[in-house]
Design a protein around this ligand. Structure first.
Ligand SMILES: Nc1ncnc2c1ncn2[C@@H]1O[C@H](COP(=O)(O)OP(=O)(O)O)[C@@H](O)[C@H]1O
Ligand SMILES: [Mg+2]
Length: 399
């Protein structure tokens, strides 16, 4: 059973140079089972952290945990931080817990939560935030501990996947830091992914939790030359020359994200990986991110650029209709824009909810977001706030 966010965009691609991480995942999942080879064990929860800068493969490893957990019949809850959602109190916790609570009838929910309902109801988005009644933060944390523990016991074993925690709201991070040490005694495995350099400086309790935990974070390394060569040859063919592949490794810095995107573009251009193609390869690599990406986007025309900007403002998985409204595009123009952005591997379809779009990688979203002229960005955010339900915001005065 899987609750929460859909799986990220994954293509069937072998996971290279991550044997140690996969071993740690398998071991953590084995400890979570209540029997191993028919011998009863005490199920043990745990915490696994994958860290590294954008594009090194954190989400891919989290997807691997999801697939393995689902194959074992474990329950999966998931949530992730959003670049523009840090200000929404308890947003990440809510994503993880709400789907299962939302599946209950109101009576079941009240029965399940009992006296905690009034304390955690607003944090979990079960009721509107009443500004006149501010629940005591310790009470909310205790209530969330209770809800997570109970959900775990009822659905055990449970795997809680929390990605992009460098963008998580402070309330979710604080709760996680105080709750996680307890999982050793319950059948709950928490798996987190984040960019350590982008964790907010005040997330000290979360940072201390993961860095001092007996299972130190798995710091992902860039791929070696052989890994990048494999990615290139998988797309363009085995005959790609060693020197060409070596140069691809140099220009991508071993980033799996950049290597995969480059390899796909090489294939689309029907390149073979020969030395005389090196200049074209360098141009294609430069267009994957940063100014090269923006240049490529601008060539798609102003309507398409505005549609991409609107998507970046909406963030995560977004509705093309809402993006069309923000971009002030008619439905035909919006369809055309989405098609162009799909074809250039800037946007991709999501399957849950069907019909939504998302950026192929958050790094693409960030680059495009930063390119939006400041005044327009504010206007689009204002329009977006009216177009989508915002969920409970942080209390005024709280930081
Ligand atoms: N170990 C790996 N081997 C091959 N491809 C990988 C590996 N890790 C990630 N990728 C590919 O790189 C891209 C970016 O990975 P992702 O997990 O989104 O990075 P992150 O979450 O760290 O930003 C994806 O296309 C993914 O398929
Ligand atoms: Mg990621």
């Amino acid at each position: 059973m899987a609750h929460g966010l859909r799986q990220p965009i994954t293509e069937d691609r072998p996971l290279l140079e991550r044997d140690e991480e996969l071993q740690a995942i398998d071991q953590a999942l084995a400890e979570l089972r209540d029997t191993v080879d028919g011998v009863p064990q005490v199920p043990r929860g745990g915490l696994l952290a994958f860290t590294g800068e954008a594009g090194l493969g954190k989400t891919t490893l989290i997807a691997a945990v999801r697939a393995r957990a689902a194959a074992l019949g474990f329950t999966v809850f998931s949530g992730k931080g959003g670049e523009n959602e840090r200000g929404m109190a308890f947003r990440v916790v809510r994503q993880a817990m709400q789907p299962i609570l939302a599946g209950m009838s109101e009576t079941e929910r009240r029965g399940f939560l009992g006296s905690w309902y009034d304390i955690v109801g607003a944090a979990l988005g079960l009721e509107a935030t009443d500004p006149a009644r501010v629940p005591d933060p310790t009470g909310v944390r205790d209530g969330l501990d209770w809800v997570m523990t109970r959900l775990t016991m009822l659905n055990s074993p449970v795997v809680l996947l929390l990605d992009d925690l460098h963008w998580a709201d402070a309330e979710s991070l604080d709760w996680l830091a105080s709750f996680a040490p307890r999982v050793a005694n319950i059948p709950l495995l928490i798996v987190v992914g984040y960019r350590p350099d982008e964790l907010p400086s005040d997330a000290t309790s979360f940072r201390t939790l993961v860095e001092r935990h007996e299972q130190r974070p798995h710091v992902l390394s860039p791929l070696g030359e052989a890994g990048v060569a494999r990615i290139i040859r998988d797309e363009v063919g085995e005959e790609a020359e060693d020197e060409f592949c070596g140069e691809c490794w140099t220009v991508t810095g071993g980033s799996p994200f950049e290597a995969v995107e480059l390899a796909i573009r090489l294939r689309e251009r029907k390149l073979r990986g020969t030395q005389h193609e090196l200049p074209v390869m360098r141009d294609l690599a430069a267009a994957v991110k940063g100014p090269g990406l923006i240049e490529r986007l601008k060539r798609l025309g102003p309507g398409t650029v505005r549609f991409a900007w609107a998507g970046a403002v909406l963030g995560g998985s977004f509705s093309p209709e809402v993006a069309a409204d923000l971009a002030v595009l008619g439905s035909e123009e919006a369809l055309e824009a989405a098609e162009k952005l799909r074809a250039r591997r800037i946007l991709a379809d999501t399957d849950e909810p069907a019909g939504n779009l998302e950026f192929v990688h958050p790094q693409i979203a960030t680059t495009i977001y930063r390119d939006i002229p400041a005044g327009l960005r504010v206007g689009m955010h204002n329009a977006a706030a009216h177009a989508v339900a915002p969920g409970p915001r942080r209390r005024p005065g709280a930081c």
